[in-house]
Write a protein that binds this ligand. Structure first.
Ligand SMILES: [Zn+2]
Length: 887
């Protein structure tokens, strides 16, 4: 026994010895891929990259290859954990310190102590947007350098920090690199005309999914970011920079999101300075920040931006770079140094290698900062979390535009009464009471989501999005009363006295976007993405805001563990009623239709009836009956087609995602399929998402029609993609669609594709016009992505399952006035104040505008939604508007 222990010791010793001696034997990218990362005309595929990462894992004691989940196409999504060999032995301990500090349920002294003991955790990702090829390739090069370099800086980084290097989109790298490399002659290689989206459903929108977490890759990354590790710093690589710059980065322009902790913003400033300073010191010009680019910190939902709502210092750079060399354009006003662009770049030919070198420098700048200021970075994470807990435990008034306007209004009124007030500081201070003494304007201490609401399955989907974002949820294990209102057992409670309070407020409360103009009276400055997105509104989740502290029989749910609703017992009776108010009813009925079972709809209210037997699996309580309602009608499976295009359309991809999720059978069809005609032989209904129908000339944004393509497909495009080439045209496609309608087909148009009604001259006109019937200018009316409240027509099949009001996502969309009595409005704005969350300049112009309608065309019907009722598959509140059309 003793001998064998000695033998093991000896073996272990020799193993350690061998490892030390051969620690430098790390395969270089050139040895593995056959080219240097950054060589002209060379891209690595994911398969090759994955093999390389596994090789590094075997060869280096500084690097662990881990898999964080499967991608949508079934690949392994990998995360490399890189640190000193000593740190890697104690990963659990450092992970614990990181998450404890992030949750901030500690005393000041404990936090100081843990900040000393811990290691800063830094996330660096690459390749989220796969055609931005610098991103994936800097990941490979940086991993190699961290695994192989022995300079003092690298050693310090490995000693003080743990680096999480995450591949953000393996499927996309495989697609894009194979597409580029398919041409054997290097200088003929091109990334143009990639045939499909580089994320199966979302393409570029894969960076808009992080509060909703529809996609597997987003779920995998959110788990590491918000539950497992909770890094203090994350760095999200993108492409490309504004013309005339090399890279755009931190800090970012206004607006500032008012739920953030100020430490977050000053921390981003410091990191931005570390990044630009390093480039300046290394003689790498062309960094631009703040107003030098369009990127702001307003939006939640990006891989980078969602981290802000969790107190993480999120960094994004947008870098130029392509394996095919190109030239930086001349933009004279970028050549004058200023605080945004301290070191302008002179226009020149640019090689891929330069972009890789810049990226590595920027990664090292961030890692160096994280290593040198490790204690501070860790402590500040705690401080922000603790501040959140404190703000959620007392009366707290945020300083957002609408709240400060309360003080300003009081100030203006007081000045009118007494102009001398401006010299009276005490009187001025009293005016602050207009906000701070107004208890109704406080932030809520928490939210209650009642379990007895119409669609509790959907409410649970919402709660699951919060859980995957690391939010602590409680559930009532008995009935209870708060502020005199009774709530049933099973209701969810979300308190705001937790570290990620900014995210909670953001998901339940309106976004209070400022009026943001280039100059007073000038054009609006578009937000980088949406202006408002309050998820509880978009999902139509019923909840109560509770402004005072409250308690009850509340049980903590496990952090990070999603809720799986269990199958419920069914009541006795021949039929089951699946209410039209519940999204899940449609999934159940689709499953039964696929099995060839009978399904009916009650034509008085849209409720779905099915036979009560073992085939029916329910996760919500349904009523049973022994007979069908008088007005019930058996429904049949419709032959559904969904438009898509060569290259892939994101709105179409999101619809594909939604329809698969709700178990619809459908075909995806392309312009050439449509142009062949005779569509009634194949389909009962065709869905046209935004940007599929050519814009109608009189519309203000007519130029935004989908990117132009040459008439003929280039020769080197293979099947089956070649057969998808082309766009719908006014000359050829519109008459085919007209014939489809006239022969009894149904068309659903969404977003800008509602222009079809105008092509067909059905009798609708643009509502957003001035007294001279000219389209409103942006200085008069501007409503970027926001949540608005609309009126809903009742007693019509298209709106079954809805009350008379609805919250919808609206983004400068078509709005109509109807001039033909045969057209039925489905949704419209009935007031001058319909903004619920976000920004609407000149919202009075929306009043009486019709956003959705249905129109008979021959024997068929056109159903038109001006807004996106399936925006990024986030708007669960408006999904049923589509489902009602598909049965
Ligand atoms: Zn990008």
């Amino acid at each position: 026994m003793k001998n064998s222990i000695n033998l093991i010791r000896l073996l272990l010793f020799s193993f350690a010895f061998i490892q030390t001696v051969f620690a430098q034997q790390i395969t270089s990218p050139k040895e593995h891929f056959g080219f240097n990362i950054g060589d002209d005309y060379q891209l690595a595929t994911f398969t090759e990259t994955e093999q390389y990462f596994k090789k590094l894992d075997q060869q280096s004691d500084r690097l662990l290859y881990t898999v964080i989940g499967k991608t949508e196409e079934g690949r392994d999504q990998c995360m490399l954990i890189i640190s000193s060999p000593e740190n890697l032995k104690n990963l659990e301990e450092f992970k614990n310190i990181s998450t404890k500090l992030a949750h901030a349920d500690l005393s000041e002294a404990e936090a100081r102590d843990l900040a000393q003991k811990g290691k800063s955790i830094v996330w660096i990702d690459g390749g989220l947007h796969s055609n931005e090829v610098v991103g994936t390739h800097q990941l490979i090069q940086t991993a190699y350098l961290l695994a192989s370099s022995n300079d003092l800086e690298t050693k310090k980084i490995l000693e003080n920090s743990i680096v999480l290097m995450v591949h953000a989109n393996p499927d996309g790298q495989e697609l894009i690199s194979n597409w580029y490399m398919r041409e054997k002659t290097p200088n003929k290689r091109s990334g143009n005309y990639v045939p499909v989206l580089y994320q199966k459903y979302a393409g570029h929108d894969n960076n808009r999914d992080f509060f909703m977490l529809n996609l597997k890759e987003s779920q995998n990354m959110a788990r590491q970011l918000f539950v497992e590790w909770i890094p203090q710093i994350m760095y999200n690589h993108h492409q490309t920079a504004p013309a005339g710059a090399v890279v755009a980065g931190a800090p970012y322009r206004d607006p500032f999101n008012y739920v953030f902790d100020p430490i977050l913003m000053s921390g981003i400033d410091a990191l931005g300075a570390a990044m630009s300073s390093r480039l300046n010191a290394e003689g790498k010009p062309g960094y631009t920040a703040k107003d030098g680019s369009v990127f702001s910190t307003w939006y939640n939902g990006g891989l980078r931006t969602t981290t802000y709502f969790h107190n993480m210092m999120g960094l994004l750079t947008e870098m130029i770079g392509n394996p095919t060399p190109f030239e930086i354009p001349l933009v004279p006003n970028r050549l004058i140094p200023n605080n945004d662009t301290q070191n302008p770049v002179i226009p020149q030919v640019w090689h891929f290698q330069q972009s890789i070198d810049y990226s590595v420098s920027l990664n090292y700048a961030v890692l160096n900062y994280a290593s040198r200021y490790k204690d501070e970075v860790l402590y500040n994470m705690f401080r922000m979390g603790k501040n959140s807990i404190e703000r959620g435990s007392k009366d707290f008034w945020p300083l957002s535009p609408s709240k400060v306007a309360v003080i300003d209004t009081a100030f203006q009124q007081a000045k009118r009464k007494d102009p001398k007030i401006e010299n009276n500081r005490e009187a001025e201070r009293k005016l602050l009471g207009s906000l701070f003494d107004n208890k109704s304007l406080r932030d809520p201490r928490g939210f209650i989501i009642p379990a007895d609401q119409a669609d509790f399955v959907k409410a649970t989907d919402f709660v699951n999005a919060l859980i995957q974002n690391g939010i602590d949820i409680q559930q009532a294990n008995a009935d209870f009363t708060v502020n005199g209102k009774k709530y049933v057992k099973g209701s969810y409670i979300i308190k705001t006295d937790q570290a990620f309070r900014p995210h909670i407020l953001d998901m339940f409360e309106p976004q209070d976007h400022p009026d943001d103009f280039q100059y007073p009276g000038g054009p609006p400055i578009p937000p980088y993405d949406a202006a408002g997105w309050t998820l509880a509104y978009l999902m139509d989740v019923k909840f109560d805001r509770i402004l005072d502290d409250f308690n009850g029989p509340f049980q903590d749910l496990t952090n990070g563990k999603v809720i799986q609703l269990a199958e419920v017992a069914k009541p006795k009776g021949k039929y089951l009623r699946l209410p039209a108010t519940i999204n899940e009813s449609f999934r159940v009925s689709n499953d039964l239709l696929k099995q060839g079972k009978n399904v009916w709809r009650d034509e008085s209210n849209g409720d779905i009836y099915v036979e009560n037997n073992a085939n029916v699996k329910l996760i919500f309580d349904a009523e049973a009956s022994n007979s069908l309602p008088k007005q019930s009608k058996k429904i049949k499976t419709l032959r559904i087609a969904l438009w898509d295009t060569y290259g892939g359309s994101m709105p179409s991809g999101w619809l594909r995602f939604l329809m698969e999720k709700y178990h619809y059978n459908f075909d995806v069809i392309y312009a050439p399929d449509i142009d062949k005609g005779n569509l009634n032989a194949k389909y009962d209904i065709i869905i046209f998402p935004g940007n599929s129908i050519p814009r109608f000339n009189s519309n203000a944004n007519a130029s935004s029609y989908y990117g132009r393509m040459p008439a003929e497909a280039p020769e080197n495009i293979p099947s089956p993609y070649k057969e998808r080439w082309g766009r719908l045209t006014e000359q050829k496609s519109i008459p085919v669609l007209k014939a489809f309608l006239e022969n009894g087909g149904k068309i659903v148009t969404i977003g800008s594709s509602s222009d079809l009604a105008e092509h067909l001259e059905l009798g609708v006109e643009n509502h957003l016009v001035d007294a001279q019937h000219k389209a409103l200018r942006r200085t008069d009316f501007y409503t970027p992505g926001s949540v608005l409240t609309a009126k809903v027509a009742k007693g019509i099949a298209s709106t079954w399952g809805y009350n008379d009001q609805i919250d919808l996502y609206y983004s400068n969309d078509n709005l109509y006035r109807i001039t033909n009595n045969n057209i039925k409005p489905l949704m419209w704005f009935d007031s001058e104040k319909v903004l619920k969350s976000g920004w609407s300049w000149g919202q009075k112009y929306l009043k009486d505008g019709v956003i959705a309608f249905e129109a008979p065309v021959g024997k068929g019907k056109l159903v038109s939604f001006g807004n996106d009722i399936n925006f990024r598959a986030q708007t669960h509140g408006t999904f049923k508007l589509l489902f009602n059309q598909l049965q």
